[in-house]
Design a protein around this ligand. Sequence first.
Ligand SMILES: NC(=O)c1ccc[n+]([C@@H]2O[C@H](COP(=O)([O-])OP(=O)(O)OC[C@H]3O[C@@H](n4cnc5c(N)ncnc54)[C@H](O)[C@@H]3O)[C@@H](O)[C@H]2O)c1
Length: 441
Amino acid sequence: MSKKEKQVDAGLRQFIKDLGYVAGGAALLGTVPWLQSFTPDKLDEIKKEKARIGLIGVGSRGQYHIHNLLEMPHAKIVALCDNYEPNLKAALELCPDAKTYTDYKKLIEAKDIDGVIVATPLNWHAVITLDSLSAGKHVFCEKAMALTMEECKAVYEAYKQSDRVLYFCMQRMFDEKYIKGIRMIRSGLLGDVVGARCHWFRNNDWRRPVPSPNLEKHINWRLYRESSCGLMTELACHQLEVCNWATALTPKSVVGIGDIVHWKDGREVYDSVSLAYHYGNGVKITYESLIANKFNGMEEQILGSKGTLNLATGMYYLEDEAEGNSAIEQLLAQIGDKVFSAVPAAGASWRPETKKVYKAHPVIKGKFNVNDGMSMIGAEKDGSDEMLSSFCQACITGEKGRDIVEEAYSATTLCLLGDRAMREQRCVEYPEEFKIPFMKF
Ligand SMILES: NC(=O)c1ccc[n+]([C@@H]2O[C@H](COP(=O)([O-])OP(=O)(O)OC[C@H]3O[C@@H](n4cnc5c(N)ncnc54)[C@H](O)[C@@H]3O)[C@@H](O)[C@H]2O)c1
C-alpha cells in the first residue's frame, strides 16, 4: 500500500469513527441506512481485494472520480470509455494502464470489470445504467437519476429486480456535517420542522468553449432540453434530496416559475427558477436558483419551531438565542467602539431592526469542510469520495446500499415535476403511478 493509499484508508476509518458508528451504530443507521454497507468490519474484510472499475464518460466529473479512485486501496481502474477523443486521452494520462473504449456497450461486455461509473450527460444515464445492470455490472451513476419520469421508473424497477449494486452520486448522503445535522434534527434540536429554504446562486454562464459548431450540443449538453433540465437536474436535485432526507417525507405538489433572464445565448434551459414544494403536513420548501448573481451563494436551511439548521454550512441557530437591538442602539454602540470617525446618517453595518442576530453553533466540533457551491466539477471533501469508496466496497461484497436509489428517485422525480410545473405554469401533484413504497407523503 502506497503512503497516499494508507492516508485514504485511515481517512475512511476516521470518517466512520467520527460519525460515531462504532459507539452508537444502531441510532446512526436510522438516519443513514445506506451506511450498513460501510462498516469498519467490512472495511477489514475487503482489505486485500480491489474492485475492478470501468468509467463511462470521462469529462470533468469522470476525471474528478479518477483522481479519487487512484487514492483508494480497494479500487483499480481497468477501463475507460468516452466518445470524445480529447477527454478519453486526458483520462488515459491519469491511468495509463486502463483499456480504452469508445462504445460503452463493448466496455460492459468485458469480464474483468466488477463495476462501472457513469459520468456522461444526463440523457445517457438511464440507458447506460439499464444496459450495465443487464450485463451484470454494479453501477455508480452520476446524479440526476434520469431525464424523464418514465426513465426513472424503469431504472428503479430494473434495480429492484436485480441483485446488482446501484448508487447515484448524491454525495451529501456521505457528508459528515449533513449526517450529523440530520441526526440532530431527528433528535428534536429544532423542535417541529416548519419549513425549508434552499438556494443555489452562481454567476457563471455554464458555457464551455467548443472547437467546432457540430460539437455544441455534445459539449454544452447542460444548456439543451434534449440532454438536461438545467438548474433543476444539475443543482436542485442535491438540495431537494437533503430536504426530503431531513423531513423523511416527499412533497405532494409543486408550483414554480422559470425564465431565461440573463444568458440569452440560444440556451433552452432556464437560468432563473423559483419554486415552492408542498409537503402533506403543510411544510414547504422554497427553492431558488439563478446563475447571473452569486451574492446569496448556496444554502440549505431547515427551519424549526426552536431553531434553524443550515446543512450546507454545518451551523445551527436557536430561536431563544436571538439578539437584536435598535438601529440607534447599534449606532451608539458603534460610536462607543470607535467604529466611525464621524457619525453617519446611515450605515451598511446597521442591521435592520426587524432582523435579529443569532448565535451560530457548529454541527461538528473541530475543523470541517464547507463548500461554496461554485465549482461545476465538484468540491473536495464533500462526501463524493466516501460515497465512491463505499460503492467500491459494495462491488466486492455485493451488498446493496439501502435507500440510495430511493433517495435519488425521489429527488430526481421532484426536480422533473418542478420543471413541469414551471413549463406548464400550473400546480403539479406527485403522480400516483410514479409513487414508490419508500415515499411518505
Ligand atoms: N455529483 C456532483 O456534484 C456532480 C458535479 C458535476 C457533474 N456531475 C454530473 O456528472 C455528469 C457529467 O458531467 P460533466 O460536467 O463531467 O460533463 P462533461 O461534458 O465534462 O463530461 C461528460 C463526458 O461524457 C462523454 N459522453 C457523452 N456521451 C457519451 C456516451 N454515449 N458514451 C460515452 N461517453 C459519453 C462526453 O464526451 C464527455 O467526455 C453529469 O450527469 C453531471 O450532472 C455531478
